[in-house]
Structures are given as C-alpha cells and as structure tokens.
Design a protein. Structure first.
Length: 94
C-alpha cells in the first residue's frame, strides 16, 4: 500500500496534535486546581523514557513528525513535573 506524501503529512500532524493535547489539558487542569496529586511519578518516568527513545528513533530515521512530537511532549512533561513538585510543596506547607 503506497501512501501519498500529503496524506502522510496530515497523518503525522494529527497524531502529534492528539498525543500532545492530553498533556496540555492536564497542565490547564493542574494550574486551575493547583493540584497534580493524580499524576503518578512512574507514569512520568516511563513516558519520558519512551519519548526519549522515540526521539532517538526519529532522529535515526530523520522523521520530523516523530522528532517534533516527542520534543514537544518532553517539554510538556517537564512542565507537568515542575507543577507537580511545586504544588506538592504548597500542600505540605499548609
């Protein structure tokens, strides 16, 4: 099955948007509630490891969609991690 280049671009873009939207929603919800207690540290570690491996893979095969999505995903995950630490400190001091 041969896939048209435009269709492949649309597919890669949509996949990236769908994956990253979950992180954006979590950041928004955490910012509003000032709580990230429901986020597991192990989830963050495993997703970060997976994203890093996908980033290496994307670099090896020179796939800009895989590279871009996983760089953005790692940035969003860092934001979630920082928020989780900050909000845990706030809860402990109260």
């Amino acid at each position: 099955m041969e896939v048209d280049g435009v269709l492949l671009t649309i597919l890669g873009t949509l996949a990236g948007i769908l994956i990253l939207t979950g992180w954006v929603e979590q950041i928004y919800k955490g910012y509003k509630t000032k709580s990230m207690q429901d986020i597991s540290k192990f989830l963050m570690i495993f997703i970060a490891a997976g994203s890093t491996l996908w980033l290496v893979y994307g670099s090896i095969v020179s796939d800009v969609f895989i590279i871009g999505t996983n760089i953005a995903g790692l940035i969003l995950m860092i934001i979630v991690s920082v928020m989780k630490r900050r909000y845990q400190k706030i809860v402990k001091t109260q």
